[in-house]
Design a protein around this ligand. Structure first.
Ligand SMILES: C[S@@+](CC[C@H](N)C(=O)[O-])C[C@H]1O[C@@H](n2cnc3c(N)ncnc32)[C@H](O)[C@@H]1O
Length: 232
């Protein structure tokens, strides 16, 4: 029987990649296939800005921003001990401009009112965390007028349409010991994201649907969502 667990279900993610590629990426991609589409310009001018990556994984995108742009600070947050360890192994030397944090993003953001100019996520915590709770925390942690950008699936990987309400799907996963488990994932239609962002205090919400850059199995369209914290 599958079960929901507090075990680190992201223990394996990205591990094969770091065996062959440990460099700071030269490019930043939002789309699912990570090989085209818009880049970091979607985040605006980052000079001197305080930026956070929500569900940063091994912090590849955050490392790129820290090296290629001139942010005040990029904080790469991830709740997985394995992902945080991988990020530390690869990019700890980029401190203090890159700051690696092992935490749940909701807890981290709730403890940081008005702290950030820009929040972003690339198929990260926003896909795997109850969105109404997370968006409230994001809104409180962004300064008024601050920018949020995230990429998320436009539909399920098997082609099924995204949800018409705030409903999660159970995605099969494995514990580090090999036991079956599930990860909750929110795959929502554009109007659902817009509604819950608006309710959490965001404005100027735009959503672009970006096609996959190539054909093949497990290829998906991406929603690229941009919004700003409403001025009080
Ligand atoms: C699919 S991976 C994406 C990682 C990275 N953004 C990338 O593009 O490679 C999703 C990541 O989100 C993290 N995550 C999910 N929910 C989280 C939460 N509530 N707080 C912090 N990290 C979370 C997971 O631990 C995992 O590393």
């Amino acid at each position: 029987m599958r079960r929901v667990t507090t075990t680190d279900l992201w223990h394996h993610y990205g591990r094969t990649r770091i065996e062959r590629d440990r460099a700071v990426p030269e490019t930043f991609h939002w789309i699912w296939s990570q090989d085209g589409g818009p880049g970091s310009e979607a985040l605006g001018d980052l000079t001197g800005r305080c930026v956070a990556d929500l569900g940063a994984g091994s912090a590849r995108q955050a490392a790129h921003l820290a090296v290629v742009h001139q942010p005040g600070k990029v904080v790469a947050i991830d709740a997985s001990a394995a992902q945080h360890a991988m990020a530390s192994e690869l990019y700890a030397h980029l401190a203090p401009r890159l700051h690696l944090v092992h935490a749940d993003v909701v807890a981290h953001l709730r403890a940081a009112p008005d702290a950030y100019d820009v929040l972003y996520s690339v198929f990260g915590a926003i896909d795997f965390t109850e969105p109404r709770k997370l968006f409230q925390a994001m809104s409180a942690a962004l300064r008024p007028g601050g920018r949020l950008v995230f990429s998320t699936l436009a539909h399920y990987l098997n082609g099924d349409p995204a949800e018409t309400d705030v409903v999660a799907a159970d995605i099969p996963a494995k514990t580090p010991e090999g036991e079956a488990a599930v990860i909750r994932r929110w795959v929502l239609q554009e109007h659902v994201w817009t509604k819950i962002l608006d309710e959490a205090g965001f404005t100027e919400i735009t959503i672009d649907r970006l096609p996959a850059a190539r054909n093949g199995p497990r290829i998906a369209d991406t929603l690229l969502v941009t919004a700003f914290r409403r001025m009080n």
